[in-house]
Design a binder for this molecule. Structure first.
Ligand code: 13P
Length: 343
């Protein structure tokens, strides 16, 4: 493990108050989002859409790293440049999703475990050869009646830690993503308890598997009420519950925490991240930033709708959301105007 390179990559991803852009939707997920907007679900449309993203002017001002999907890292932009190279040339570090998705966990009804460890060492070496410098693995934790269980949490945390150790061996910074889903009618307190338990188990496993904390990033959920809960909680409570949970669980050696958006609207995700940084900055030992997919991309995909004539409008929408989220990382997002505050 080259510790210096790992730590440096992690720092670059977070540099200049930037965050990450997740553009690593699997083909079925990307196609589902295209279908909802009447966009043709073809390899060429997925390529055109990802081209639009990586060629957005000024994107690197707000985005330090972008997470690609296997299909995309093997493709070239419309100008004939490999996607990873195009990102590098734009000043954005290329990353890659390496998990193989989640499947039902045998013996644990209602719980899932993420697959993809078999052959991972070889796949990581191949992705590093294609230019990737960091990777992502998502574990799915579902809040239900009696779930998650200790066995379910352990299985997911162990896989995350095995993945992270292999990444560091390969010189790639692991993004460790245990996502407690928003699905369900639970309240904020229940999400807080489950997120706290999840993160404790994850960091115990990262320690057990000798993962270097300085050379990784955590990608957690915000602590939120379930989307079917009658009490949707205010921004101040959500910010306090999320920061309080992270402070209890995430060692200070971790350089950055980059949230997933999980189905929040774009504006709410920015507002909540902003509240955390504006209110608690002096207490935070790590950078608190974003690694959103939907909350950055949704307005852009809607503006594009598969029509080349809409590319400039879509790129403007993407750059705007990225800039709003960078402002939120700095506690400088103006909620009323949905725009960065003037410095
Ligand atoms: P969302 O921000 O849409 O939740 O996606 C983030 C991500 O990378 C999910 O794995």
């Amino acid at each position: 493990m080259d510790e210096r390179t790992l730590d440096e990559t992690a720092r670059t991803l977070l540099s200049n108050d930037r965050g990450l852009l997740a553009m690593d939707e699997s083909t079925p997920t990307c196609d589902r989002r295209f279908a909802a907007l009447g966009i043709a679900q073809t390899v060429e449309m997925r390529r055109a859409y990802r081209d639009l993203i990586v060629t957005t002017p000024g994107l690197a001002e707000s985005i330090g790293g972008a997470i690609l999907y296997d299909e995309t890292i093997r493709q070239q932009t419309l100008a004939g440049v490999p996607f990873a190279t195009a990102l590098q040339q734009a000043g954005i570090v290329p990353g890659i999703k390496v998990d193989a998705g989640s499947k039902a966990l045998s013996g644990f009804p209602g719980e899932e475990v993420t697959e993809g460890l078999d052959g991972l060492r070889e796949r990581l070496a191949a992705y590093a050869g294609m230019g990737a410098r960091f990777a992502k693995w998502r574990a799915v934790i579902r809040i239900g009646d009696g779930t998650p269980t200790a066995g379910g949490l352990f299985a997911n945390a162990h896989a995350l830690a095995r993945y992270a150790a292999l990444c560091q061996e390969a010189g790639l910074v692991p993004i460790v993503e245990p996502e407690v889903l928003m699905d369900g009618g639970h309240d904020l307190q229940r999400c807080r308890e489950v997120t706290e338990e999840t993160l404790h188990v994850v960091f115990a496993q990262l320690h057990a598997q000798r993962v270097r904390l300085e050379g990784m990033l955590l990608k957690p959920n915000m602590v939120l009420p379930g989307k079917d809960s009658a009490d949707q909680s205010d921004t101040v409570s959500i910010a306090a519950a999320t920061v309080g949970t992270l402070l209890r669980c995430v060692p200070a050696a971790v350089p950055g925490v980059a949230f997933l958006s999980g189905g929040q609207t774009a504006a709410l995700a920015s507002e909540r991240l902003n509240a955390m940084n504006a209110t608690f900055r002096s207490r935070l030992p790590w950078a608190l930033t974003f690694s959103f997919a939907r909350a950055i991309q949704d307005p852009a995909m809607k503006a594009w709708r598969g029509n080349a004539a809409n590319v400039p409008a879509a790129q403007q929408a993407l750059a705007h959301r990225a800039a709003c989220n960078r402002a939120a990382r700095r506690g400088r997002y103006d909620v009323a105007r949905d725009a960065p505050m003037a410095d």
